[in-house]
Structures are given as structure tokens and as C-alpha cells.
Design a protein around this ligand. Structure first.
Ligand SMILES: O=P(O)(O)OC[C@H]1O[C@H](OP(=O)(O)OP(=O)(O)O)[C@H](O)[C@@H]1O
Ligand SMILES: NC(=O)CC[C@H](N)C(=O)O
Ligand SMILES: [Mg+2]
Length: 511
């Protein structure tokens, strides 16, 4: 998951960059590795600032002062394909045809054949290992086929049909055509989230936003918003004071399957995705998990329930309420350390858990503790946490997870290529408990997790990482290619170091 954002302001003389920067801060939890902004100025030119780092570090005042224009897009990157190279920071840009800038959330699963197609059939040069650059070039090549001096909305929708035909995987995108329009589109299975919002101005005009999560809409007073449907696209004219956005269901909905992991971990609790409140699902996860715990730990005494901050808090609190056991914050979180799971290498992830969470000894000494987390993926967090709980004097340590055991790659959104890196891979639940050295692990069942999230409209979810059957299929050699690129970009034996073949480009960060 990355965070994507686009804003088009009605006032053609206004600057969108400050609001885009603020918006990116609201989506920072979706990607900590790189950040980028591209705006489109009055003469139709693009202005860009992007590079590795957090939004607040990349978007310094002297870098964004030159980002002129009332329309712009932003991206927060958590690399899930290619490498962590500076040159893979988004938005991506191609000058032909018409000048296109694109920000992408998701993963394409047919990159091997797309690369070949772009090279051999349509002769487009690809300069990085990013799948987003492929997606942008597929769109550009489809648009080019019209061979027109200027395009219109129909041409853009038509080009998107080509993108849907050629690109497989999970994708939500926001882009711009220089001087013409901003656009957004979502994959036919609705795996990755994307919302569209409107804000009424006092003079009667309307500003528009496209974003990964509703939280940024609300915070910026885009109070009328809805989710784009799977396979749906929207085009918002640059001068939106004179023309209205146009929506089109470009391809039929294949199946409506939002990614279950958005509700478990990715999204902020104060977001509503596909009409489902993330906060509400996490409360439900706590209720269901408590029922499970009552059965599985019926012969045990639990003195205290503790969350693993931050994401598990909502679920753990409700779980404690249901169990009628005191809820205690046993781990104090250092507010200056970001999310561990989306850090790019294992060394960093492991040391980050210790730097981020510190046990409150009084809450552990002589007690049987039930620690609740949203998920156990590689086991980096749970291993360290159990260790810390024991060091702090806990007698028994039980570990509950709001997500079921994760045994397969999450190919549409998690940076993980090898199943063997999953702690539950080829292990029984007792073996997982043994691996993280706790007394018992309790997992939520998939059925219960789906019950926590489903609505009348959405009953199916992208749950491939739990079952292993990919809705989009995966082309032969895809996982191998992902791994190969990762390997290639290892430098000085530091896993996932910035690409050894990093490229400085005129449209890349210049620092
Ligand atoms: O088993 P693992 O591979 O460690 O992954 C799972 C952990 O990673 C995430 O936390 P993270 O620190 O990223 O973010 P948070 O502060 O939002 O909980 C998640 O909430 C789990 O705690
Ligand atoms: N997490 C994401 O959505 C990443 C988008 C894209 N696959 C990249 O690696 O840049
Ligand atoms: Mg966590």
C-alpha cells in the first residue's frame, strides 16, 4: 500500500501545493520510504519535488516554493516492487504524449510480460524497476494510439480501457495530463482503495480531491465523497470552475474485493473505505477475538490485556471490555518512530521494535498477560514483544492476533516475496507460539474477520495472503522476478539498500 492524493482547485490562480503537502501528512502511515508532489501550472507545465524520506523531510519550504499551479498529485511510497531507489519515488512522468504524471498504489502481477510488450511491441523505454513506471507507459502508449494533436475525455477513457486490458493486479491511480485534467481510476476488483470528494467554495465553485483514504477528505472539508467503483474512472478538468468531472465505468466490475488487510492494519481507523468504517471493523475484531479467547484460554487466568501500539489499540480495548479484564498500556510507544512493518529491511525492522516500544515493568511483574496485536506477519514485532514482556517479569504471555495466520504472499500490497519469511509459513499454531516463545497464540478465524468487515454490498474481500488463491492470477516467473530485482539491489550486504544502480534524472529529486 502506498498513499495517493490529487487535488484540483477551482481558483486557477491558487497554489495547490500547500494543501497537497498537508494531505500527504494524513496519508504518511501508508508509505514512509519516499514522498513526491507534482503540480501543473498555468502554462501547462509540471513542477515536481520527490525523493526518499518522509513527507516532512522531502517537502521542505525551499523545495516546494516553486511548485506552482492549482492542480497537483502526491504520493507516499512503501516499495512493493522494484527497489527503494530514489529514482523510483513517485509520481512518475513521461513527456509523450501530451505530458503525463502518475501516482500508483498497488502491484502489477504481469510485469514480466508488460516489460517485454513495452520494449518489443510499442518501443517505450523503461528506466527503472518500478511497476508503476510500466503502468504509466502502458497508459501513455494507449493514449498515443489516437495520434491526435489534443485529446478529449473519450480518448482518455478509451486509453484506460487498454490499461485495464493489459495490466493485471491491484491498482488505484491518480494522474494528470499536462494543462488538461486530473484523473483517477481503480482496478476491476477494487483491491486498492480510492475515493473521490468535493468541497463547495463560498463563491459557488467546487474543488475536487481523489485520495486513498477518506480521512484526508474530511480533514480538508471535502465533505461530499464516495468511493470509485472497481473499474471506474473519473476525469476532472484542470479548469474545474468551468467544466464538471466526468465519471465512467470503463470496464465492468469483475468482483468487488477490497483488501482485507486495509481494515486489519494499513488504513487509519478514522477512515471509511468502501463504505466500511475501519474503526468499527477493529472494534468488531476485538469482540470476535474475545469470544475465541474465552474458549481457547478457558482454563487460564488472564490478569491484564495489552495492545501492541499503535494499530491494535482499538481491537485490544474492545477485547478487554468483552473479557471483562483490565486493559493496560504495557508498552509505551516512542512517538517519533514510525511504523515498523513498512520499513525496507529486516535489520531496521528488528531494531525499530525495541526503539519504538518500551515495557512498563509494573504492568508485567508477576502477571499473566494477554497481548493483542492486529497481525503477526514476519513475527518481528511479536518475537520482540514477548521477549520484552518476559524480561519485564510476566509469568505467562499469551498472544492474540486480530488477523488469521498469514501463510501466503500478499502480492497486491506487501513488500514480501518469499513465503518462507512469514512466521506462520508451514507451521502449526503451536509451532508459531514456540517460534515467538509465548505460552499460546490465538488467531482470529478468517470467517470471523470477514464478518467484522462485510456489509450488504461487500461480502468478499481480497484475502489471498490467508488462502493463497489470487483473484487476478500471477504470471509465471513474477515472484521470481520480484526477488531477483530485490537481490540485485542489495548493496554492501545491507538488505534492500537504496538501489546500487540508482539514477539521477532531470525529473527526479536533485538532492
Ligand atoms: O509480524 P510483523 O512482521 O512484525 O508484522 C506485524 C506488526 O507490524 C505492524 O506494526 P507497525 O509497527 O508497522 O505499525 P503500527 O504502529 O501501526 O502498529 C502490525 O501492526 C503488527 O504489529
Ligand atoms: N505500496 C505501493 O502501493 C507501491 C506502488 C508500487 N508498486 C511501488 O513499489 O512503488
Ligand atoms: Mg503494530
Amino acid at each position: 500500500m502506498c498513499g495517493i492524493l490529487g487535488i484540483t482547485l477551482a481558483d486557477q490562480n491558487s497554489y495547490v501545493a500547500p494543501e497537497l503537502m498537508d494531505g500527504c501528512i494524513f496519508l504518511q502511515h501508508r508509505g514512509q520510504d519516499a514522498a513526491g508532489l507534482t503540480t501543473c501550472g498555468p502554462r501547462g507545465r509540471f513542477y515536481q519535488c520527490k525523493g526518499n524520506g518522509l513527507a516532512r523531510d522531502v517537502f521542505t519550504p525551499n523545495r516546494v516554493v516553486g511548485l506552482v499551479g492549482s492542480m497537483g498529485i502526491g504520493h507516499l511510497r512503501y516499495p512493493t516492487a522494484g527497489s527503494s531507489a530514489n529514482s523510483e519515488a513517485q509520481p512518475f512522468y513521461v513527456n509523450s504524449p501530451y505530458g503525463i504524471s502518475l501516482a500508483h498504489n498497488g502491484n502489477l502481477v504481469n510485469t514480466v510480460s508488460l516489460k517485454r510488450y513495452l520494449d518489443e511491441d510499442v518501443h517505450r523505454h523503461i528506466n527503472t524497476d518500478s511497476d508503476s513506471e510500466l503502468l504509466l507507459n502502458v497508459f501513455a502508449s494507449e493514449l498515443e494510439k489516437h495520434n491526435k494533436y489534443r485529446v478529449n475525455n473519450d480518448d482518455v477513457f478509451h486509453a484506460l480501457e487498454g490499461v485495464y486490458r493489459l495490466c493485471r493486479g491491484g491498482y488505484a491511480c491518480v494522474g494528470m495530463l499536462a494543462g488538461f485534467a486530473m484523473f483517477g481510476f481503480r482496478d476491476p476488483n477494487g483491491i486498492r482503495p480510492l475515493s473521490y470528494g468535493e468541497r463547495k467554495n463560498e463563491d459557488g465553485t467546487t474543488d475536487y480531491m481523489i485520495a486513498s483514504e477518506s480521512v484526508v477528505m474530511k480533514a480538508h472539508s471535502f465533505t461530499t465523497f464516495r468511493d470509485l467503483q472497481p473499474g471506474e474512472a473519473v476525469i476532472i478538468p484542470k479548469d474545474c470552475s468551468n467544466a464538471k468531472p466526468e465519471f465512467r465505468q470503463v470496464v465492468p466490475i469483475n468482483s468487488y474485493r477490497p483488501d482485507l488487510f486495509e481494515y486489519v492494519y494499513f488504513a487509519r481507523p478514522d477512515s471509511v473505505l468502501d463504505g466500511i468504517s475501519v474503526y468499527h471493523t477493529r472494534l468488531q475484531m476485538g469482540i470476535k477475538l474475545a469470544q475465541n479467547i474465552k474458549e481457547q484460554l478457558k482454563d487460564e487466568r488472564i490478569d491484564v490485556v495489552m495492545p501492541v501500539p499503535d494499530t491494535a489499540r482499538t481491537c485490544a480495548l474492545e477485547c478487554a471490555n468483552q473479557l471483562n479484564i483490565p486493559y493496560r498500556e504495557g508498552f509505551v510507544k516512542n512517538r517519533y518512530v514510525g511504523r515498523t512493518f513498512i520499513m525496507p529491511n529486516q535489520k531496521e525492522r528488528t531494531s525499530s521494535v525495541r526503539n519504538k516500544l518500551n515495557p512498563m515493568e509494573s504492568e508485567f511483574k508477576g502477571k499473566n498477560v494477554l497481548i493483542v496485536d492486529d497481525s503477526i506477519v514476519r513475527g518481528t514485532t511479536s518475537r520482540e514483544i514477548v521477549n520484552m514482556a518476559r524480561e519485564a517479569g510476566a509469568v505467562k504471555v499469551f498472544f492474540a492476533s486480530a488477523a488469521p495466520a498469514i501463510r501466503f504472499n500478499h502480492i497486491y500490497g506487501i513488500d514480501l516475496t518469499d513465503n518462507k519469511n512469514l512466521i506462520a509459513y508451514n507451521k502449526s499454531i503451536d509451532e508459531v507460539a514456540e517460534a515467538i516463545k509465548c505460552d499460546k497464540v490465538i488467531y482470529q478465524s478468517l470467517e470471523d474477520l470477514i464478518d467484522c468487515c462485510k456489509t450488504d454490498k461487500i461480502t468478499k474481500f481480497e484475502d489471498v495472503f490467508l488462502l493463497g488463491n489470487y483473484v487476478t492470477g500471477v504470471e509465471d516467473g513474477y515472484i521470481h522476478e520480484l526477488e531477483r530485482v530485490r537481490e540485485q539491489n542489495k548493496r554492501n550486504s545491507i538488505e534492500d539498500a537504496k538501489s546500487a544502480v540508482d539514477i539521477g534524472l532531470y525529473n527526479c529529486a536533485d538532492y
